[in-house]
Design a protein around this ligand. Structure first.
Ligand code: ADP
Ligand code: GN1
Ligand code: MG
Length: 375
């Protein structure tokens, strides 16, 4: 279920409100869902770049709602930055490039939906954090993003993927995948299946707290893995959060959890040498300190109390989703090799085990950082 075979047709480019001479386009980026292209244009002697993506309609079944959300969110942040007089504003938030008829998308002959953004120059994204300082900037950028969206006016954003982080629904699908065993793969992954079963009850803690109103619904990004955060090449600070397809209602902890999942280990998500997949308390401390430096004003004690748990929880839901996709035949995530989803699942389980081995220390650190960051 991916767009990896999509190419970028010239007739699509021609329909965006981009002026000047088109020079070339190339595949770019390393997400699991979209195929991202980068194009270069000569605009009266200045070279300007854009990104283009075909929205993955198997994942996002109502692309118009995705784009309506993204337009509202980016406009809200851009207006806020303008009021604050922030410099470099078009590198701090994505800018949607409309079509020549003013829509935030272009349709292709087959009915596909395409969108374009200004390419944010002089940034890079990371697969692993290199230092606590970097972890701190990453955490800060997500705290800022949530703060910027806390006062977005009604109506409620669309749920672009309903039940995206609903662990109970993810488990229902997992159990079906195991019992259906469509690809005859369950036999080779008994240990992973057993791990997921043992952790089912604990995994429901975030979604149950949200449903019971013990933690509030907030607008969040829902996909804050670190390669969705662009880092400035110059000062190495996080500059802009991209991949806004899943910005929708959720809990702040979904974002904190995905940050913890991806920032606190020095191993990539698909690292096969599991001895390298270790939770690093120093990175955790810096990450959460950075996050709370922005989010401490609005977070409730009930949310703060679940910060450590959220990291374990979101790591678990990703491990579960990778395993489910493996069992179902690798339809959802882009994969580069056989067994790629299984490698990712094993990696996530290893990270949870590393967290568990240090759990008391993690809880203590989390409480201490919250104490230092009281509003
Ligand atoms: P996916 O859903 O496949 O993860 P993303 O929207 O995250 O797609 O884009 C893939 C990658 O491309 C990002 O991780 C980021 O590194 C890069 N990228 C996306 N949009 C931009 C942009 N406007 N400017 C610069 N880089 C971008
Ligand atoms: C996908 O689109 P991308 O690669 O940033 C996925 C996330 C997972 C992530 C795991 C819409 O994110 O939920 O956490 O892969 N996005 C969607 O790397 O399913
Ligand atoms: Mg992405």
């Amino acid at each position: 279920m991916n767009n990896s075979n999509a190419s970028l047709p010239q007739e699509i480019l021609d329909q965006f409100a981009i002026y000047g001479e088109f020079e070339f386009a190339e595949l770019f980026g390393s997400g699991h869902i979209n195929s991202t292209y980068r194009s270069r244009w000569n605009q009266a002697g200045v070279r300007v770049r854009y990104t283009h993506q075909r929205i993955n309609e198997k994942v996002f079944i109502r692309p118009n709602e995705v784009m309506e959300n993204i337009e509202r969110v980016t406009r809200h942040i851009a207006e806020k930055l303008a009021r604050e007089g922030a410099d470099d504003r078009s590198r701090r938030v994505l800018s949607v490039v409309p079509s020549r008829s003013g829509e935030p998308w272009v349709r292709d002959a087959g009915g596909g939906w395409w969108r374009s953004y200004l390419f944010i120059e002089e940034t890079h994204s990371l697969e692993v954090a290199r230092s606590p300082a970097e972890a701190r900037f990453l955490g800060k950028s997500v705290g800022l993003f949530q703060t910027q969206l806390a006062d977005l006016a009604e109506p409620r954003l669309y749920e672009t993927i309903p039940d995206f982080h609903n662990m109970e629904k993810r488990y229902a699908r997992f159990h079906d995948a195991v019992s259906g065993d469509a690809c005859n793969r369950a036999k080779g992954v008994e240990a992973e299946i057993a791990f997921m079963r043992e952790n089912e009850e604990r995994g429901a803690v975030l979604i149950r707290a949200l449903k019971a109103g013990k933690i509030p619904e907030r607008i969040c990004h829902n996909d804050t893995k670190m390669n969705n955060i662009l880092i400035d090449d110059g000062d190495n600070e996080a500059r802009c959060i991209v991949d806004l397809d899943t910005v929708m209602p959720g809990t702040s902890l979904f974002d904190v959890g995905d940050l913890i999942r991806t920032v606190t280990t020095r191993a990539e998500e698909d690292e096969r040498d599991l001895s390298r997949v270790k939770f690093d308390c120093g990175l955790f401390e810096a990450l959460i300190g950075g996050y709370l430096s922005e989010a401490r004003e609005f977070l409730l004690p009930e949310e703060k109390a679940l910060i450590a748990e959220s990291g374990r929880n979101i790591t678990q839901i990703m491990g579960l989703r990778f395993l489910t996709d493996y069992l179902e035949g690798d339809h959802y995530y882009q994969t580069a090799r056989p067994g790629h989803n299984l490698d990712r699942c094993r990696n996530q389980i290893a990270l949870i085990k590393s967290m568990d081995a240090q759990w008391q220390e993690i809880l203590g650190l989390s409480a201490a950082i919250c104490e230092q960051n009281r509003p």
